[in-house]
Design a protein around this ligand. Structure first.
Ligand code: COA
Length: 297
């Protein structure tokens, strides 16, 4: 699908994306590049990075792949510095790296819990901390009068509760908390905007294939407000919007991009049945009012 944004919406920006070589992270890398940004992508797997960089460069996007694990502070520091060395500055950090697996709470080991917290929450914080000195107002190489942008990818799982996702719900809740707190502290002190995107189920991603493996028959559509999965493009367009000048006053926001799915509940009465019974229920209630007496005030 064509982007509704101008192709120069992110002209001259330099973005570093963790998890930028695959899934949602790669789509954001691509769309940032198509809108004028240069992109550095960080990931653990060299072959994935190599493929992603050649796909990006074949589109004419200036791109570099940097191997590293967000759980290691030295990797975070090295990758941020390599990005600045390669492109001269850093304007946008996107934290898209994540880990996930389905597991019942009673079968989750403390180390399994910690592993996801380390990748998602601690990893996001570590990257933010390492990026700070470059991304802040007047950071090295930046000629903008304002600071840059941090964009954290979380989820909607923790808005309510999610089966077999205790660890991920906790990790994403922590990401959302750090998004808001950094928006407050770094927005005030360094003019950096810090925002989040909370994707719902996005087709053709590792996340969805882990949460809804092919072994499970798919009945999820019944409870989806827009009756479909999202596309990686939907998340990337939200990212372009927030990163562009259109988002210059957006700070501390976490935008759910899930078609309204987190609001969904099983329908307890069919629509036809509501039509049929609602008036007669109302009539009955007027004949024999129930509950507390009406106020005399
Ligand atoms: N069920 C229960 N526990 C699991 C598990 C599963 N399916 N997969 C891993 N674990 C546990 C391990 O048993 C281990 O705990 P233990 O030491 O108490 O046994 C802990 O998690 C760490 O596992 P390990 O395989 O050593 O971690 P890793 O660092 O190699 O991999 C993962 C991290 C598990 C998150 C891995 O899935 C990953 O790298 N994911 C990245 C990609 C991804 O998930 N993308 C989707 C993003 S939405």
């Amino acid at each position: 699908m064509e982007s509704p944004f101008k192709s120069d919406a992110l002209k001259g920006k330099v973005a570093l994306l963790t998890g930028g070589g695959s899934g949602i992270g790669f789509e954001i890398s691509t769309q940032f590049g198509k809108h004028g940004a240069s992109v550095a992508i960080m990931g653990r797997r060299k072959n994935v990075l190599d493929d992603a960089v050649s796909a990006l460069t074949s589109l004419g996007i200036p791109a570099v792949g940097l191997e590293g694990d967000v759980r290691k502070r030295e990797d975070a520091q090295r990758v941020v510095e390599a990005t600045v060395k390669h492109f001269g500055k850093l304007d946008i950090l996107v934290n898209a790296a994540a880990g996930n697996f389905l597991v019942a709470a009673e079968d989750l080991s403390p180390n399994g819990f910690k592993t996801v917290m380390d990748i998602d929450s601690v990893g996001t914080f570590t990257m933010c901390l390492e990026a700070l000195k470059y991304i802040k107002k007047n950071g090295p190489g930046r000629n903008s009068s304002s600071g840059g942008l941090i964009l954290n990818i979380s989820a909607t799982l923790h808005y309510t509760a999610s089966w077999y996702q205790l660890h991920v719900s906790a990790a994403k809740a922590a990401i959302d908390a750090l998004t808001r707190n950094l928006a407050l502290e770094w927005g005030t002190d360094y003019d950096i905007r810090v925002n989040g995107i909370a994707p719902g189920p996005i087709e053709d991603t590792a996340g969805l294939s882990k949460l809804l493996p092919q072994e499970i028959s798919n009945k999820t559509n019944d409870s989806m407000p827009l009756f479909r999965f999202g596309e990686k493009w939907d998340i990337a367009m939200a990212a372009v919007y927030i990163a562009s000048d259109a988002g210059k006053y957006i700070n501390g926001s976490i935008l759910p991009v899930d078609g309204g799915m987190w609001l969904s509940k099983p329908r307890h009465i069919a629509k036809d049945a509501v039509k049929k019974i609602s008036r007669s229920v109302e009539k009955r209630s007027r004949v024999a009012p129930a509950g507390l007496p009406a106020s005399k005030l």
